[in-house]
Design a protein around this ligand. Structure first.
Ligand SMILES: [Zn+2]
Length: 366
């Protein structure tokens, strides 16, 4: 059976993305926090395969290759110390095989993922950046991915260079920047970034990582307003963090004092995700997913909130009822009462910790 492509799916309805691989696999013991490189695709393929599978069961329509930070300049930077001995080509090759394998267990597409290169902030220029990206894309094309996601870019200039290079593959391109309402790291506003991504040739534009779903929606709202004003209509995409980031500045969740090893109290609930998915959809976002902190149960909440629009529930919903309805089956009557939308939507969870937070206010990263 021939799979429908990304753009066709977006024209017809919603595409659900996946979640955060580096953060999830660090907690499970397969990634080193700090360098955050993806050599696990070679060292522990079962761990990566299982995470893909969990997102597929939760409703993800896209298996994004686990190739975050997989450029040779970055792999060499952080890699040696944690024993990474692999090249970008070796990692991307293995990542494609895993993503395809699991995508074919369902009806998911495979997206090759490319990210920012350290060479950009080192001032090495357009040619060097495009060389780094070309190495990644060569593997993606030969491994027949369905489209490319350029994500986690802080500078619109670097993003434009990357889109220009990626476009040569002839594949559809999704482009998301890790920025908030303050714009890129030179202060280019989100609206202007969106226009420039669209003009560079991205079919899908938006925001990923760094901020919680609601802050991310504020940014995509600005992008949409500017795109409408410019008469441009690329598809919109959001893949926010699964952490609350209220009050953070231009580095988003990286500014949280708890980042990266004590973020648990900031994790959003599945019910927060219902609200996010509905607001994103109503805003016109058609590629709705998550990034760091987003686990499969969050993705399932997107699929459950949009079940009517999609005409289906994901396989993982066989073990779950929307809005905690399965709690009715609890043997304890006081728990069985905690069920239904009214209860869970109103709930503001406590952290349960006896001490006050060490830092109640986020300090600026600078
Ligand atoms: Zn992320």
């Amino acid at each position: 059976m021939v799979k429908k492509g990304l753009l066709e799916r977006l024209r017809e309805g919603v595409v659900i993305g996946d979640g955060g691989f580096v953060i999830a696999l660090e907690k499970r013991g397969y990634v080193t926090g700090g360098p955050w490189t993806p050599e696990a695709v070679i060292e522990n393929p079962d761990a990566v395969r299982q995470l893909h599978r969990e997102f597929l069961r939760a409703g993800s329509d896209v298996m994004q290759t686990f190739t975050f930070y997989s450029t040779d300049d970055k792999l060499k930077l952080g890699g040696n110390e944690v024993g990474n001995e692999f090249t970008c080509s070796e990692i991307n090759d293995a990542a494609c095989r895993l993503a395809h394998e699991v995508a074919n267990e369902g009806d998911a597409l495979v997206a090759g993922g490319v990210t920012q290169c350290p060479s950009y902030t080192q001032g090495k220029g357009k040619e060097v950046i495009q060389d780094q990206i070309r190495d990644q894309i060569t593997v993606f094309v030969s491994k027949k991915v369905d489209f490319i996601i350029c994500e986690f870019f802080m500078y619109i200039e670097e993003m434009e260079w990357v889109i220009e290079e990626v476009k040569k593959s002839g594949l559809p391109v999704a482009a998301t920047m890790c920025i908030g309402t303050g714009g890129d790291h030179r202060g280019v506003p989100p609206g202007e970034c969106a226009i420039r991504m669209a003009k560079a040739g991205a079919d899908v534009v938006g925001v990923n990582c760094m901020y919680d779903p609601y802050m991310t929606l504020d940014t995509i709202r600005e992008m949409k307003r500017a795109l409408d004003g410019a008469g441009l209509s690329p598809f919109l995409m959001t893949q926010p963090n699964g952490f609350y980031t209220t009050g953070t500045g231009k580095y988003g969740y990286l500014e949280c004092h708890e980042y990266p090893f004590a973020m648990e109290p900031r994790v959003i609930t599945r019910f927060d995700v219902h609200k996010y998915a509905r607001e994103a959809y109503d805003l016109g976002v058609r590629y709705i997913g998550g990034c760091c902190g987003f686990e499969a149960y969050h993705t399932r909440a997107i699929a459950e909130e949009l079940a009517k629009e999609r005409g289906k529930l994901p396989p993982a919903s066989a073990k779950h009822k929307t809005w905690g309805g399965c709690n009715q089956l609890s043997a304890y009557s006081f728990i069985a009462k905690r069920c239904g939308r009214e209860y869970w939507e109103e709930l503001v969870p406590s952290s349960g910790r006896p001490k006050k937070p060490t830092h109640e206010v986020n300090m600026n990263s600078n």
